[in-house]
Design a protein around this ligand. Structure first.
Ligand SMILES: Nc1ncnc2c1ncn2[C@@H]1O[C@H](COP(=O)(O)OP(=O)(O)O)[C@@H](O)[C@H]1O
Ligand SMILES: [Mg+2]
Length: 329
């Protein structure tokens, strides 16, 4: 759990605070994607959580402890931190980088070696091939994988990530976003992910927190933020295609009327396909409804154009798909 209570940062000499009285609660095991335009205070907020920056006001509680009362060096060993690009030590091997915190914690060699291999495996790097390489010999994506392995090596409950995949090419970025999200959920890490990339925020965040000029303007589930932006600024930041983006968050199975027989000859859509895919099939075929199939003997339900339209707009939908998604914390 991470809790910010009235947290502010006023850099000396600045005309106004970089971060201005933020209240934010991230429940254990959840990822909060912190987004907003450049200069709105995302990095400052993140770095106050591990005390690389001292807050000017407020209180930050991590895993039940007030971080302002903790020794900053010890605190940082219990909080994973992943930054864009060059966070790795260039003179150390991949194994040496991943072993950083376990070494500081005084683990013995055998335990460290085993942990390094396990962490590399976790992030999809074969230890036998990567352990002895230098960061300079890796691709951007591989480097970020090592960065995540290093941050998780001592099994911290909390992970802070600042634009971790910004320097990675788009194809690899998508893969990383999916894989790392899966790992963080499985390990039940509590995460703050700073990004200016809306797709990344939606893909990786259980919740999305939108900042503007040092203030938090909205914190909600991605589908809720997309359906009901708090104000005109958030709506503009999300873009005019936010209704379409919202459709990527729901599956055909979640949105269909289950058990209802589709019309004769209705095109099929796989149960796990997103509503964006379903809409595309509907538009392409001219049909009004789809048969949602999961490989079983009969369709699992019917998905109508009207239902998709309602969900995209954030209206109450007859199937209750949005109401069934996990409650916001
Ligand atoms: N060390 C610093 N000293 C003074 N001002 C800073 C410092 N770091 C950031 N700022 C200012 O604080 C504001 C927020 O910066 P930052 O937290 O880096 O925003 P973001 O990560 O959202 O781009 C900006 O106006 C920036 O210029
Ligand atoms: Mg930043």
């Amino acid at each position: 759990m991470i809790r910010l209570e009235g947290v502010g940062k006023h850099y000396p000499g600045a005309a106004r605070p970089a971060v201005d009285g933020i209240d934010l609660l991230i429940e254990e095991g959840r990822t909060c994607a912190l987004i907003g335009p450049s200069g709105c205070g995302k990095t400052t907020t993140l770095r106050m959580v591990n005390r690389l920056i001292e807050p000017s006001s407020g209180r930050i509680v991590v895993a039940g402890r007030d971080v302002t009362a903790a020794d900053p060096v010890k605190l940082r060993r219990g909080i994973g931190y992943v930054i864009q690009g060059t966070g790795l030590f260039p003179h150390l091997s991949v194994a040496g980088n991943v072993a950083t915190v376990p070494r500081l914690l005084g683990w013995d060699r055998a335990r460290i070696a085993a942990r390094v291999d396990a962490m590399l495996g976790l992030v999809g790097l074969d230890p036998a091939l990567f352990r002895d390489r230098r960061p300079a010999s890796l691709s951007g994506g591989q480097r970020q994988r090592v960065g995540v392995a290093r941050a998780l090596a001592a099994d911290p409950p909390v992970l802070l990530m600042d634009e971790p995949f910004a320097a990675v090419d788009p194809l690899e970025r998508g893969r990383l976003q999916r894989e790392i999200t899966e790992i963080l959920r499985r390990l039940r890490k509590t995460v703050i992910l700073v990004t200016h990339d809306l797709d990344e925020a939606i893909r990786m965040g259980d919740t999305v927190a939108v900042m503007r000029d040092g203030r938090l303007v909205q914190h909600d589930r991605p589908d809720q933020v997309l359906a009901a932006p708090a104000d005109a600024f958030v709506a503009e930041f999300l873009g005019s295609d936010r209704a379409l983006r919202r459709l990527t968050l729901l599956t055909a199975a979640a949105a269909c009327r289950s058990g209802e027989r589709p019309p004769e000859g209705a095109p099929e859509v796989p149960a796990e396909a997103s509503l964006q895919v379903a809409l595309s099939i509907l538009l392409g075929s001219g049909a009004e409804a789809l048969a949602v199939v999961d490989g079983g003997p009969r369709p699992v339900g019917t998905l109508s154009l009207a239902a998709i339209r309602a969900l995209a707009a954030g209206l109450p939908d007859p199937s209750g798909a949005v109401a069934r998604s996990p409650p916001l914390v």
